[in-house]
Design a binder for this molecule. Structure first.
Ligand code: C6P
Length: 405
């Protein structure tokens, strides 16, 4: 059992008011709040170790470099990657996916096929569209079933002898569906394809073991898992990263530069052009320690209880409520509409009562089209949310529903 009140103490922001009401923060899927220890680490980096990494022989640069490399090892252990060479620091999930879409597709040929799913975030669609246009690739899309699960039969049916890669979300940011990654990766591998996983919404909630999942690439963001903004991780299998051309050029990623020709640094630095966010990277490591100390399965159980309470009582509070995403295995994301009320109006009224939810298409317009809606209201839970906050949320829903319906 987690001591949620003690956990909340670590998040000073949760004590603030919004429009004169105590904040109820239910937008964790967009960004989770940061505990004091993460903020303290950022401050320490600026006040004690603020020097560029991998460059200086001076003490502070060496310290900052050591902290970044320690964080790389912490990330490696967090996702059980075989080697730190396979842990690339990025700006976030979006950059990780762009890296793969831009660089891996250089190894493909016109007419080769890529499989995506209709539930993808735009950051796992648009980079592939850009690559498809550049390289003449064909994109195929897996549909969803009524409950928001992926249609696995359709997935199997999309493979042809030209399929080279699949890229899909571990967890949908709208439906909360947890996809059967291991099975989907195994199917991709049976067809000789590479499997890339968008782990943005899984990393804060579930144990990630890239070896057990079997995936070739796995991307996630720090700011969704109680870490600082501006940093993310791309795991890539070294055999593939070795074959891929650099994504960006600049300092750090080179072996030797001359006008006659330039060589690349070893992994992972070949994919880390320019000064990394060396203040945020150690703070990500602090967020990992926060998660590990609480225990990811305890976090999962607590959030599951919050989600169940909210989803069950929402239907009771407002019979006209429509919930999007009811797959048996889903994470604590509650996407809904109150009858025909506009998602924006619902979100605005909730905000005036101090409750932060996200509204709109959630950067998943093809999914919205498949659901036949323009947008939804999304309440998403983190480890510091309480059942009392779920009650506040439901009381607010009961109060605003008559104004909207
Ligand atoms: N989803 C949401 O409110 P970045 O912005 O790079 O940290 O993460 C992008 C991203 C990629 N994949 C999935 C499944 C995501 O949910 C996100 C970010 C946020 O749903 C902000 S749009």
């Amino acid at each position: 059992m987690l001591d949620i009140e003690a956990i909340r103490e670590q998040f000073p922001i949760l004590g603030r008011d919004v429009h004169g009401k105590p904040l109820v923060y239910l937008d964790n899927t967009a960004t989770a709040q940061t505990p004091r220890r993460v903020v303290a680490c950022l401050e320490r980096m600026y006040t004690h170790h603020h020097a560029n990494v991998h460059r200086g022989v001076h003490c502070m640069s060496v310290e900052a470099t050591d902290l970044v490399e320690k964080a790389r090892e912490d990330v490696r252990a967090f996702i059980n990657a075989p080697s730190v060479q396979e842990v690339v620091f990025t700006r976030g999930t979006t950059e990780g996916l762009n890296l793969v879409a831009s660089s891996y597709t250089e190894l493909l040929n016109p007419g080769d096929e890529i499989i995506l799913t209709v539930m993808e975030h735009h950051s796992n669609i648009v980079p592939w569209q850009l690559a498809a246009k550049r390289k003449g690739l064909v994109i195929k899309v897996v549909p969803i079933l009524e409950d928001g699960s992926l249609d696995l039969e359709a997935y199997r049916g999309l493979f042809t002898e030209r399929t080279r890669l699949v890229s899909f979300a571990h967890v949908s940011n709208v439906l909360g569906t947890v996809n059967p990654v291991r099975e989907m990766v195994a199917i991709a591998h049976e067809h000789g394809c590479v499997a890339c996983v968008d782990g943005a919404q899984a990393a804060p909630h579930y144990k990630i073991d890239v070896q057990e999942l079997g995936c070739d690439f796995y991307a996630f963001s720090s700011h969704k898992m109680y870490g600082p903004t501006g940093v993310g991780v791309l795991y890539g299998r070294s055999e593939l990263l070795d074959k891929m051309p650099p994504y960006q050029g600049g300092g750090e990623m080179i072996g030797h530069v001359s006008f006659a020709g330039t060589t690349w640094a070893d992994l992972p630095y070949k994919f880390e052009a320019g000064t990394p966010d060396y203040t945020a990277i150690p703070a990500l490591s602090e967020a990992i320690a926060f998660i590990n100390e609480l225990g990811i399965s305890n976090i999962e159980a607590h959030e599951e209880a919050l989600y169940r309470a909210a989803a069950e009582d929402l239907k009771e509070a407002v019979p006209e409520a429509r919930i999007f995403g009811t797959a048996p295995h889903k994470c604590p994301v509650l996407s809904f509409l109150l009858g025909s009320a506009h998602h924006y109006d619902t979100g605005m009224l909730l905000d005036h009562l101090g409750i932060a939810v996200r509204t709109g298409h959630h950067c998943a317009q093809p999914l919205m089209a498949a659901l036949g809606v323009e947008g939804t209201v999304r309440a998403s839970f983190g480890v510091y949310n309480t059942l009392a906050e779920v009650d506040t949320f439901l009381a607010a829903i009961r109060r605003i529903a008559p104004m909207l319906l």
